[in-house]
Design a binder for this molecule. Structure first.
Ligand SMILES: [Zn+2]
Ligand SMILES: [Zn+2]
Ligand SMILES: [Zn+2]
Length: 869
């Protein structure tokens, strides 16, 4: 055994051993309890970054721990392989998205294997493979057949110059990312999944996910955004049409003095047609089409609008009020129409002042009279009804219900709930995605592709257009299709692909039977493994990915394909990995290796020698260059030290601050344990000495007894830390204390009893550390006489009769400084302990002949005596 732990030899040895023995392969085994742990699968960007390493290390520890506890553990890995970065990279590097993606998968897989993660690689999937997306196309057809998928016109970002649709992330300050021309909103026919059908169910179940962080369920609830209110209908004067609004403040309807429609509202064009406002409305709609149409985007623009030339009738007052179209109304919220009550809403108030529209007070604070001519802001608080006919004098809370009932009687309104959640638009005018399996026929319209023709394969050899648009509409071989319904030969295949969130909404079920070719998954395998017991990933996926996954499970549940609705029983959102930034006045942000350390906290630029400014500790990012490359860590320290650092530096849910010292510390600890193992082998015949397993009370030697008790305390603490909260950092700290205790034993002088306890302690320590630093522990286990793999050992159990000592340690301070320590029987009285402290040899030396002013005894876990002189 070498003097120092050498990961370059040890780690590949055990990785090969695990692989040869097939230790990570699992199959359904009804006689064992299952545990399914999953980390969110990565996008194959090309490199594993430190955030991945942390995420997967957390998962791997739990998996190994659960295996040792006897669970049948599923731990798969795969690739979220479709998506736009592949197309961008293809343009930038003159390669092909498929080639780029498969090459990245190859190199990232190799990196993950070097980390020693316990994946069942036989279950690996890549979502860009036809055998995967075939089943997603199959589900799409089933949803289409059942009215859960539908098509409607909707707006996309469009660059006129590039003649292409842009994803939101390709729009930079309203401009195209490639050509910097202004982006327009363009209406296209697109596919939607009717997720809103499940809005209420998704919302209700947010409160039944006790294994999820509360912040995540709160984010989900906010995204679903249920509000209770009233739906009111405003007849358009002189026309058939009605305008529907949703409001949470029906009590203010008497104060609605105008109506605002979103420019995209289908009625806008109808209303202004033939009026003298037609031209100005068209110009306004065109102008707004160039603005960012989202809640956040709204903040950037001045609120403005145009009269449509028409009036509608306020259902409460019977008066005609003007209908405007305004840029602050979004089609995606409520009904895309707002009854504007300037006295009770600040935005409506500003709009009314700007366009000189009537402000009518309908709710005012008790005992006050508001004057619309002198009001400077809207009044949004509670109050008493005024100018509201029969409801005058009522408090406005009561009026909410009363007015809704009154309007309902006349058929002009009803109680209603509204959700912020919209149907899920899944069409992408992109190339690198799963094709949508429908055909457009001039005679039959939209015709589903027959199931027998699936998969509709994406042509992997298509060349990406240099401006970034999809080549699919220009590929005749792909596009041309025969109509399955009437046989017309000039039908056209849909050239849109599916949102990549579709792939990630069900991949965890595919892992249960990844090669199954009779359906999305083998029902028996899913019945055994699913749902996922523990899911781990970044909080940035707390809304969409998790919500879509929950939705997909409801769809499958609806089709009786599964018997559960929630995909992830427990969820852990790990914190970020952070590091300080380094900036050179000349060269801007520097990579860590571009700054040379000159003092404790001072650095100079390696290129120009100027002083480097050390910035705040923030999330690692390529653009800020505050990154560390896991490959380099692996080269220098090996996988186990990297794993240990990631786990020890912070509990998983907190941000982890990168520090070179921390990595060095982890390296020192590993070598400290290594030397301990060496010393044991030198002094104890590890294969002959039997490990002590009895109760602590049977031990005669006090040192052996103390070590034995410490061992069982450590087992108890580590198990609880992992089991209850995944707090590996405190678990590791506990093992470090055990290692310290082992170091206090003089092995050369130890008696047989002590040696058998030392070996028991060493075994426990190795097993407790094995999920964290698995290669290292295998090696030590083997060298100290263990048979087989640590993975096949049962997780150590503590003995309840060996957790407490009947002796207490007394720590003695003089004037606050530690001066001595000794042991006493646990039932020794306080006065006796004080006398013993004063009589202690070392204490006598410190006090000499000074008078003792005070003596304080603090009895906690250990007894502390503080003597003040
Ligand atoms: Zn462009
Ligand atoms: Zn047809
Ligand atoms: Zn410089």
């Amino acid at each position: 055994m070498e003097e120092r732990y050498n990961p370059a030899d040890v780690e590949p040895k055990w990785q090969a051993y695990w692989k040869d023995r097939g230790l990570f392969k699992v199959t359904e085994n009804p006689s064992k309890e299952k545990y399914y742990l999953l980390e969110m699968f990565p996008y194959p960007s090309g490199k594993i970054h430190i955030g991945h390493v942390r995420n997967y290390t957390i998962g791997d520890v739990v998996v190994r721990y659960k295996r040792m506890q006897g669970y049948n553990v599923l731990h798969p890995m795969g690739w979220d392989a479709f998506g736009m970065p592949a197309e961008n990279a293809a343009i930038d590097n003159n390669t092909h998205p498929a080639a780029w993606t498969y090459e990245n998968i190859r190199s990232m897989r190799a990196q993950l294997k070097k980390m020693g993660f316990s994946y069942d690689w036989d279950r690996e999937i890549a979502t860009c493979r036809p055998e995967y997306y075939k089943w997603e196309q199959w589900l799409f057809l089933k949803m289409l057949e059942n009215g859960m998928a539908y098509r409607r016109e909707s707006f996309v970002n469009w660059c006129e110059k590039c003649q292409t649709v842009l994803a939101n992330e390709q729009v930079e300050q309203d401009k195209c990312w490639r050509c910097s021309q202004p982006v327009k909103q363009k209406k296209l026919w697109q596919w939607f999944f009717r997720i809103t059908d499940f809005a209420e169910d998704l919302l209700v179940h947010c409160d039944r996910l006790p294994g999820w962080p509360e912040k995540v369920t709160v984010m989900q609830k906010n995204w679903i955004g249920k509000s209770v209110g009233s739906e009111l209908r405003f007849q358009v004067a002189g026309m058939e049409e009605e305008i529907e609004v949703f409001t949470t403040r029906p009590d203010t309807v008497f104060g609605a003095t105008f109506m605002c429609l979103a420019p995209e509202h289908p009625l806008v064009e109808t209303l202004c047609r033939g009026t003298d406002q037609e031209q100005s409305v068209a110009a306004f709609v065109e102008k707004v089409a160039a603005q960012e149409r989202s809640l956040e985007g709204l903040e950037k623009y001045e609120k403005e609008g145009v009269f449509t030339g028409r009036y509608c009738i306020n259902p409460a007052t019977g008066e005609e009020i003007p209908v405007y179209t305004a840029n602050f109304v979004l089609m995606g919220y409520g009904t895309g129409a707002i009854m504007s009550v300037p006295c009770g809403d600040q935005r409506d108030f500003d709009f009314a002042r700007k366009y000189n529209l009537e402000i009518r007070v309908v709710v005012q604070p008790e005992g006050e009279t508001l004057d619309p001519d002198t009001m400077e802001t809207a009044y949004t608080g509670p109050g008493i009804m005024v100018n509201s006919g029969r409801f005058d004098g009522m408090d406005n809370d009561t009026a909410i219900e009363a007015i809704t009932d009154w309007l309902a009687e006349q058929g002009r309104g009803k109680k209603a709930v509204s959700f912020r959640l919209r149907d899920w638009g899944i069409s992408r005018q992109r190339y690198w995605g799963a094709p949508i399996p429908v055909i457009h026929c001039p005679d039959c319209g939209v015709v589903p592709v027959p199931e027998t023709e699936l998969p509709i394969t994406l042509p992997e050899d298509a060349n990406i257009m240099e401006k970034g648009g999809s080549p699919l509409p220009f590929l005749d071989d792909f596009k041309q299709a025969v109509c399955p319904a009437c046989g017309r030969e000039d039908a056209r295949r849909d050239t849109d692909t599916m949102d990549t969130f579709v792939e990630s909404s069900w991949y965890y079920l595919r892992y249960c039977s990844p090669r199954y070719d009779q359906g999305m998954f083998d029902p028996a395998a899913v019945k055994y493994w699913a749902p996922v017991d523990q899911y781990i990933g970044g909080v940035e996926h707390a809304v969409l990915h998790l919500l879509y996954s929950r939705y997909f499970m409801r769809v499958l549940h609806h089709f009786n394909m599964i018997d559960f609705k929630e995909p992830f029983t427990r969820l852990l959102t790990q914190g970020m990995v952070c590091k300080e930034t380094m900036t050179c006045p000349e060269h801007g942000y520097l990579f860590p290796e571009q700054a040379k350390k000159t003092g404790d906290d001072t650095y100079v630029c390696t290129r120009c020698g100027k002083d480097v400014e050390v910035g705040r500790v923030i999330k690692m990012s390529k653009s800020k260059k505050n990154v560390v490359d896991p490959n380099e860590l692996m080269e220098t320290y090996g996988a186990d030290v990297t794993r240990l650092f990631c786990l020890f530096a912070a509990p998983p849910e907190r941000d982890l601050e990168w520090s070179e010292d921390g990595v060095e510390g982890s390296n020192r600890f590993v070598n400290r344990v290594w030397r301990l193992a060496l010393a044991c082998m030198d002094t104890i015949d590890t294969r002959q000495v039997t490990r002590f397993t009895g109760p602590a009370g049977d031990l005669k030697n006090p040192d052996a007894k103390a070590l034995y008790i410490k061992t069982h305390q450590t087992i108890q603490k580590v198990t609880a830390d992992i089991e209850e909260s995944f707090h590996f950092n405190t678990a590791i700290a506990a093992v470090m204390e055990l290692v310290n205790a082992l170091y206090t034993i003089d092995l050369d002088m130890a008696d047989a009893e002590t040696k058998s306890v030392v070996l028991a302690a060493m075994d426990s320590m190795v097993l407790l550390l094995s999920p964290i630093i698995p290669h290292f522990c295998e090696e030590v286990f083997e060298k100290t006489g263990g048979q087989g793999s640590v993975l096949e050992q049962p997780w150590p159990k503590h003995r309840n009769d060996s957790l407490e000592t009947d002796e207490a340690l007394v720590v003695v301070q003089v004037n606050g400084k530690l001066r001595s320590r000794f042991s006493v029987a646990a039932d020794t009285g306080d006065d006796v302990i004080k006398q013993m402290a004063l009589a202690d040899e070392k204490i006598v030396r410190h006090i000499q002949d000074q008078p003792v002013k005070k003596i304080i005894l603090i009895n906690k876990k250990q007894i502390l005596v503080n003597i003040v002189v």
